[in-house]
Ligand binder design. Structure first.
Ligand SMILES: [Zn+2]
Length: 344
């Protein structure tokens, strides 16, 4: 009988990060990942929400589209929570499964960023929604689901595009959040950009053209014209992903070619390029609509997530990309992405 994915998942981390009993009982457990998190230490309501999310994604991935020409062969998916104090999402293959691991601190960070957005009057006005005064309101629920879906779909891409290989002692899995380190290169950065792009494509398809549309009911937008609903859904996606990137630690631009992930302003630009590509194919009128609003949306997102002074990270990066050195970096990234897509 096949070993259940939960068991294999835990074993992977326990083998990779073996438990070493502390010399003194008070010494901390230094393992970055400690196996599967069964969520039992969390409040019951949070446990229930996290299990629902996990089941939703596991179900969606069980019925993933087969025979996609640009996908590499990969074993069946399993999404689970890994016990860790680090905010991270990981993609790895092990024991006959394609695993997507999410840490609970990342879930909390996503929830926190969505809460900040959901409390911003400017964001609500720009989105055209009127959330209730509840601590965790309807807007929070939609943004939270959307962002979690984006993170899972990003990891999904690392699998189906073959960015993760079968296990060996040296297999390095993508570390999504610890992205300030300088042990990366342009190949990895191109993989990250394509994972973002493929992810946003799936998220838009799901939200605007798929079952994600049902979130409109929660936002009390059922009676609106379909075109207005599309605009709100598109803006929700842009706001959620923009906010997620805003709160990532800002990397040192001096080591730009050695980063594991491109700076967030570059990620957002490439991501929007893919998003607009989706619109052109499916909802052409959304392109001009978004172009008129994008800057306002991003300013509102920056202020809601980082405070009034927070926008400087974004501005610094945008200014850098306009410099000669920055433009050189962007064009080498763009060329790399084109070559990557041709190689699929
Ligand atoms: Zn990634």
């Amino acid at each position: 009988m096949a070993v259940p994915p939960e068991v294999v998942f835990s074993r992977y981390f326990q083998e990779r990060f073996p438990y070493i009993p502390p010399v003194r009982p008070e010494d901390p457990d230094l393992r970055p990942y400690r196996g599967r998190n069964d969520l039992s230490g969390l409040p019951p309501i949070v446990q229930e929400q996290l299990r629902t999310i996990q089941e939703t994604f596991n179900e969606a991935l069980r019925t993933e589209k087969q025979g996609v020409p640009e996908h590499v062969d990969h074993p069946p998916f399993h999404v689970d929570y890994v016990d860790s104090s680090i905010q991270n999402a990981l993609a790895f293959q092990y024991g006959g499964y394609s695993f997507i691991a999410i840490t609970v601190p990342l879930i909390y960070a996503i929830s926190d960023v969505c809460k900040r957005l959901s409390k911003s009057a400017t964001v609500a006005t720009l989105l055209g929604v009127r959330p209730s005064d509840e601590e965790y309101n309807e807007l929070h629920a939609v943004l939270f689901y959307l962002l979690t879906a984006f993170v899972v779909a990003h990891e999904y891409t690392h699998h189906v595009h073959g960015h993760v290989s079968m296990p060996s002692a040296e297999t390095v899995f993508p570390n999504e959040i610890l992205d300030t380190g300088c042990n990366g290169n342009m190949k990895l950065q191109i993989e990250e950009i394509t994972a973002d792009g493929y992810s946003i494509y799936h998220v838009l398809a799901n939200f605007i053209d798929g079952p994600g549309r049902s979130w409109l009911t929660l936002l009390k937008l059922d009676a609106k014209q379909a075109s207005v609903q599309d605009e709100v859904l598109f803006a929700l996606v842009v706001v959620a992903v923009g906010a997620y990137l805003f709160v990532r630690p800002a990397p040192d631009l001096n080591d730009i070619y050695e980063l594991t992930h491109p700076p967030q302003a570059a990620r957002m630009n490439f991501l929007m390029h893919e998003a607009i590509g989706w619109c052109r194919q499916n909802r052409p009128e959304l392109e001009a609509w978004m172009k008129r609003r994008f800057q306002n949306l991003m300013s509102a997102v920056a202020e809601a997530t980082l405070g009034v002074s927070g926008a400087h990270v974004w501005e610094d990066q945008t200014a850098f990309f306009k410099s000669e050195e920055g433009a050189k970096y962007i064009s080498s990234l763009s060329e790399g992405i084109i070559a990557y897509k041709q190689s699929l």
